[in-house]
Design a protein around this ligand. Sequence first.
Ligand SMILES: C=Cc1c(C(=O)O)[nH]c(=O)[nH]c1=O
Length: 312
Amino acid sequence: TSLATSIGGRTFDNCMMNAAGIRCQSKKDLDALIASNAGAYVTKSATPEKRAGNPSPRMQTLPHGSINSMGLPNNGLEYYLDYVIDDQHNRPGTTNFLSVAGTSLEDNLAMLHEIQDSEYDGFVELNLSCPNVPGKPQVGYDFDRVNTVLDQVFKFYTKPLGVKLPPYFDLVHFDQIAEILNQYPLTFVNSINSIGNALVVDPQTERVAIRPKGGFGGIGGASVKPTALANVRGLALRLKPEIAIVGTGGILNGVDVFEHILCGASMVQIGTQFGYEGTKIFDRLASELREIMNQKGYTNINQFRGKLKTFD
Ligand SMILES: C=Cc1c(C(=O)O)[nH]c(=O)[nH]c1=O
């Protein structure tokens, strides 16, 4: 039973990897991902310079997931660009993801120029959906802005690039974002990022769970899976076939991976649960996914990708 997948002409021997932001901020984190059975890694979203991020407590475990308002803490673009180029030398032929999340269009363009002019030949994941930079609206919820950003990017960027999107909650919004994305030579679309600006309250202390932004933060984990599957399916039904879908959100076990692929995902990313379990999760998920595939008689994931049935 093969768990292999391909995106943009690159093949991955396992369709599962981490989600940006979780256990991928330091070289140590990334080395652990390389040593694991994950099919690839994505680096913590980078800004041009190192950032400390929001004050703690800024992330909280929940019974069915997590809430976070990290505030984009990262070691700066050069740190991650150096890492992925070094890895490219050490392991030629492998493809990984470098995530960038500038807090302005200028920052995003500056970072992409630097990457374009570098010897990096892997994927870039342009994060348009960070919900936790105080005072900065999510680009992903401003369709004209998304159009402007992609128009500017593809004036010069020629390497494989995808975008990380927030969840949408209206079918017309699926239509509108897909209409924009279909105009660009995107390699993939990653859906979803955390459900932004939720609020978790502790009734005992009568206080919010995290310090930043008065307690408002992004939700991840089990509780977001129905929204994640809807976004994966909604985009799969609307995006041109050249744009692959990376499914993120609510994956705890192999059946969740199966459901994301059934909805149209070519690759899946695990965030919250990977944060709790560490890299051994990729071994568990691989055996659980193989189990359900064997039960159903599938030998590779192409046989059921996007084959979700409806009643009509
Ligand atoms: C890149 C910032 C993000 C953050 C963050 O650093 O606060 N948290 C998320 O749930 N998603 C993000 O995209």
